[in-house]
Design a protein around this ligand. Sequence first.
Ligand code: URA
Length: 273
Amino acid sequence: MPVNFTPDQKRALAARVNYYRELGIYDFYRRESDVARTPSPAEGVAHTSSLVQSEHDIGVVINAPAPNMFAPELPENAATDPAEALRIIRQDLGDCTRCKLHKQGRKQIVYGVGNPRAELMFIGEGPGADEDQQGEPFVGRAGQLLNKMIEAMGLQRSEVYIANVVKCRPPGNRTPERDECETCMPFLLRQVQTINPKVIVALGAVAAKNLLQMNASMGELRSRSYDFRGSKFFVTYHPAFLLRDPRQKSEAWKDLQQVMKYLGLKVPPKAQS
Ligand code: URA
């Protein structure tokens, strides 16, 4: 019987199914006892994918950290500290040719930069020309503004970690395509899992939508925080957007103040006005 899932249930199921895909698990089987009985609508069995069990049966909690018993065997699991783990993930990425961005003019892979034990992680969309040239995220004009945002929070760039949804520059700075984001995402998620930040800030809609797997407006995305794999997740405007529309800077500052409140940071006097 068709069942109408709530948006939260849909997101939770999609996140869980994706998580299993990342582990290389594609098939889901019902227990015989489940197949035998007719589910009630409240149990929410998907009619489109009869392989997926009800939300109740698979124990979905929205964006809950993955249970350890399902933790994949990843090479970085052998690392003794997060810096080493990040190096191992970088090695695993290699001279990546997993998506078409590798043959569309990228100079180099832009992996991520910052403190491997950062409490705060920023995630942008993808490298631009300057980042592609220098091999570091957010070093161009948008990066200069991001630095100011970080400093306004009373932090140094070196204290946080900065990465992007895709690690190769999309040609002409176009928006990264879905397959490119999906191919790169497991590496970003491994970086997130290694750093285990208290807070993740998604910079712009591309980062927010790809990570949360939600299709919503920036207004909706920014209106709340989320629990994301053990981190608190906030959304704010992309610095490149703020360069184009500086009137939105006060809105972005409100988002960052929420982050600061969560992290227990005091607004530095310089940024108070
Ligand atoms: N824009 C991004 O989204 N990321 C960068 O690294 C630079 C600009």
